[in-house]
Design a protein around this ligand. Structure first.
Ligand code: PRP
Length: 214
């Protein structure tokens, strides 16, 4: 039996995924060590390997087939637009992709003004404004703390993830439009899905049994 390789987004999502897998008897003790800097972990018994990568790179590892399976947020899947199969909603890490800004920007959106949109997700922002709203805008790519942009005058609005809404509230911004609901998803390489169908389908079906809210 060959190894089945699973790419996980480093951090909270990887920890939560491992908790879910553990309830199915799929464990990886080594990964629980908080001080470890290792990036690859193996479960010899089950012939499983785990990668820890940056969230944005999970779809890349899966598309190229070096990982058979990945677990990553829908935001990353939409932004990266890779040739991968999205097979399961894990119903965790739930949040929303939204257009946010000061309430004064509401009019600019309504009248389809040529505005500046700052985002860590330029592809999602572009797709939403150009293809869905048919509004021509300038997209400005940022790498984080995006809420800063409308406050300091870099942009009129932002496209960003809203979870609890506290970052917006504490910075005097509002949700102006909702783009799409988000959560963690399991993705699979299309060739692996064919070659390792039985093992992958078993994992999907077992996970369905332990997904919260199902
Ligand atoms: C994310 C997101 C928002 C915030 C939303 O940022 O980009 O800033 O969380 O969460 P809330 O609605 O619960 O306040 P993250 O913490 O990942 O950091 P970043 O801004 O540097 O990307």
């Amino acid at each position: 039996m060959r190894y089945l390789t699973i790419a996980l987004a480093k951090g909270r999502l990887a920890r939560k995924t491992m908790e879910m897998l553990e309830s199915l008897g799929i464990t990886c003790e080594e990964m629980k060590d908080k001080d470890t800097r290792k990036l690859i972990f193996t479960n010899e018994e089950l012939k499983l390997k785990f990668f820890l990568s940056k969230a944005g790179d999970v779809p890349t590892y899966v598309e190229y087939g070096v990982a058979d399976i990945g677990v990553v947020g829908k935001d990353t899947i939409l932004e990266e637009n890779r040739n991968i199969l999205e097979v399961l909603d894990l119903n965790m890490g739930k949040c929303r992709m939204c257009v946010c800004g000061p309430s004064s920007a509401e009019e600019l959106l309504k009248h389809h003004e040529y505005i500046r949109v700052a985002s860590k997700y330029p592809n999602i922002a572009k797709n939403y404004f150009y293809n869905k709203k048919h509004q021509t805008v300038e997209i400005i790519k940022l790498n984080g703390s995006v809420e800063l942009a409308p406050i300091v005058g870099l942009s009129e609005v932002i496209v960003d993830i809203v979870e609890t809404g506290s970052t917006l509230r504490e910075n005097g911004l509002d949700v102006l439009e909702e783009i799409v609901p988000l959560s963690a998803r399991m993705v699979v390489n299309p060739v692996s899905m064919k070659m390792e169908n039985e093992r992958i389908m078993k994992l999907i079906n077992d996970l369905k049994g332990v997904i919260k809210g199902n």
